[in-house]
Design a protein around this ligand. Structure first.
Ligand SMILES: [Zn+2]
Ligand SMILES: [Zn+2]
Length: 231
């Protein structure tokens, strides 16, 4: 099931303008957060897990803000804020009992406030990136499918670096670098076409219409993948 979904997403991603790993992982993050927005409120295990982690990382909290309705978010945020209040009350009581704590610095008081820990979405992103990158490398190295990879804009630089570190042999690494140079050159040419057409007020757009955004994604990675990238 995962494989079939992954293959379908990959085929779409190669035809799109962005990094295939960022595109597929971005789609998976979207699905996960669509499911989580509800499960974190109504499913007891998920709710307890999200509470224990102090919510999500900043990227995925703001993602939920854009995605979920305010009332759904309010149902999750109320118990989280109650937990924060309990911890601050406990910290206040500790200070009242031992004012020397204040002289030891804010870190002593702040260490137990429950700042968000490991975000559960980020944890999944790390696993997904690994699986999707392996699937991309498989396509890129299959003679009958490699053209899907070479004709795409290819991996973003962060995922290319990751691919080179896990490439199973030197000839695959060499192919990734050589193809990467060609893909970057093609994207640069698309950007120049974009600028020229804009200056000439030529509105007959081709694939270069997507180039400015694709170029940012090429350099920095896709923004919907946010969080969780392995270092
Ligand atoms: Zn990427
Ligand atoms: Zn996260």
């Amino acid at each position: 099931m995962f494989d079939e979904t992954l293959q379908n997403l990959l085929t779409e991603a190669f035809a799109a303008s962005g990094c295939p790993v960022c595109t597929v992982v971005g789609a998976m993050v979207f699905r996960e957060l669509c499911k989580l927005q509800r499960d974190a409120v109504v499913d007891p295990d998920t709710h307890a897990d999200v509470l224990a982690r102090g919510g999500y990382c900043a990227d995925h909290f703001w993602y939920l803000d854009a995605l979920a309705s305010p009332v759904t978010n309010a149902a999750l945020l109320a118990p989280l804020l109650e937990l924060v209040s309990e911890r601050l009350t406990a910290a206040s009581n500790r200070i009242a009992a031992d004012s020397a704590l204040l002289r030891q610095g804010a870190a002593v008081i702040g260490e137990d406030l429950g700042l968000p820990g490991a975000c559960r979405v980020c944890e999944r992103v790390v696993l997904w990136e690994r699986a999707v990158l392996a699937a991309v490398l498989e396509v890129a190295t299959q003679p009958q499918r490699r053209q899907e990879y070479t004709s795409s804009n290819g991996l973003c630089l962060p995922h290319l670096a990751r691919a080179l570190s896990v490439a199973p042999n030197p000839s695959i690494a060499e192919m990734l670098v050589r193809t990467g140079a060609e893909q970057a050159q093609r994207l640069a040419a698309d950007l120049r076409t974009y600028v020229r057409k804009h200056e000439q007020r030529d509105r007959r757009w081709g694939r270069e219409e997507a180039a400015p955004r694709a170029a940012i994604e090429k350099l920095a990675g896709g923004k919907r993948r946010a969080g969780g990238t392995e270092s």
